[in-house]
Design a protein around this ligand. Structure first.
Ligand SMILES: O=P(O)(O)OC[C@H]1O[C@](O)(CO)[C@@H](O)[C@@H]1O
Length: 263
C-alpha cells in the first residue's frame, strides 16, 4: 500500500457526486423525467427500475406528457419495480402494482408483459424472490434505476441495517416507515408490516441511478446520503460507492448540503 492508497477500511466513494438542484419540486420532477426520457429515446429497449411513493408522482405525470407528445415510446421497454407490499393483491388500491397502473402504466404503451413487480401474494415467498432476481438478471440488468429516499435513509424498503450486498428479500418495515406510509391507507393498522424489496446489492448493479428527493423533510436524509459516512445505518449512503448516480433535488431537499455541492 502506498500513501495514496485509501485505508483498507474505507469505502470507495464517488468523488464528484452529480447533484442537480432545481428551484422547486415541479422543476426537479421535470428534470428527472427528462433524464429518463432522454435515455428511453436513445435506447428504446431500456430496462427501467421504478419507484413508488409520493416523490415520483409528478415525474411520472411528466413522462406521460412526453409520451402523449410522441417524444418517447415504452413499446420496447421493460420496467422492474423496487418493491411490493406483502399481503396486498395486485388489484388492491394501495398495492404498488395499482400505484404504477394509476400513475404510469395505464397511460403509456408499455406492454403489460414487460412490467414487472414482486408478487406480494406469493404463497412461496422464497420462490418469488428467486424468480424476481432471475427476471432482472435474464433481462440483462437494469439500465436506469429511479429511487426515492425515506426519512431514515431507506432506499426501496432497505431499512437501516441493510447490508450493501443484500439481495431481493422479505423485509419487516420499521414503525417509522409504516407511520410515514399510513397517509396512503385508511388507517395505520391497514399498512402492511412486510414487503418484498430489491436489496442494496441488487440496486447497486443498475448501470445508472437517479435519486429524486423533494421537500425539506428529506433534507437530513439527503445530506447523510451524499455527504455522510457510508454506513448501513443510512442505507442511501451506499450510493456513494456507485459510479453513476445523479441526485435530482429541489432547493428544500438540498438545503443541508455543503455549499461546494450547490455550485
Ligand atoms: O416518496 P415518499 O412517499 O416520500 O417515500 C420515499 C420512499 O419510501 C418508500 O415509499 C417506501 O416507504 C419508497 O418507495 C420511496 O422511495
Amino acid at each position: 500500500m502506498t500513501s495514496s492508497d485509501p485505508p483498507a477500511t474505507a469505502e470507495t466513494t464517488t468523488p464528484n457526486p452529480n447533484v442537480l438542484i432545481c428551484d422547486n419540486a415541479e422543476a426537479a420532477s421535470l428534470r428527472a423525467a427528462k433524464l429518463f426520457a432522454a435515455s428511453l429515446h436513445s435506447w428504446p429497449d431500456l430496462k427501467i427500475g421504478l419507484a413508488t411513493g409520493g416523490t415520483p408522482v409528478e415525474m411520472y405525470a411528466q413522462l406521460v406528457r412526453f409520451y402523449e407528445q410522441d417524444l418517447i415510446s415504452f413499446a420496447e421497454a421493460k420496467t422492474f419495480n423496487l418493491d411490493e407490499y406483502v399481503g396486498l393483491a395486485a388489484d388492491h388500491p394501495q398495492s404498488y402494482r395499482s400505484f404504477m397502473e394509476q400513475q404510469l402504466f395505464s397511460h403509456v404503451n408499455l406492454d403489460p408483459r414487460n412490467a414487472f413487480l414482486p408478487n406480494g401474494m406469493a404463497t412461496d415467498v422464497d420462490a418469488e424472490i428467486s424468480r424476481y432476481e432471475q427476471l432482472i438478471t435474464d433481462s440483462g440488468g437494469i439500465d436506469l434505476q429511479l429511487l426515492g429516499i425515506g426519512h431514515n435513509g431507506h432506499i426501496a424498503f432497505n431499512e437501516p441495517g441493510s447490508a450493501p450486498d443484500s439481495r431481493t428479500r422479505l423485509v419487516d418495515l420499521t414503525e417509522r416507515t409504516i407511520a410515514s406510509n399510513a397517509r396512503f391507507f385508511d388507517s395505520i393498522d391497514d399498512v402492511p408490516k412486510q414487503a418484498i424489496t430489491m436489496g442494496i446489492g441488487t440496486i447497486l448493479e443498475a448501470k445508472a441511478i437517479v435519486l429524486l428527493a423533494l421537500g425539506s423533510d428529506k433534507a437530513d436524509a439527503v445530506r447523510l446520503a451524499i455527504e455522510g459516512e457510508v454506513s448501513a445505518s443510512h442505507p442511501a449512503s451506499f450510493l456513494q460507492t456507485h459510479a453513476n448516480v445523479t441526485y435530482v433535488l429541489d432547493e428544500a431537499a438540498a438545503k443541508g448540503l455543503s455549499s461546494a455541492l450547490k455550485q
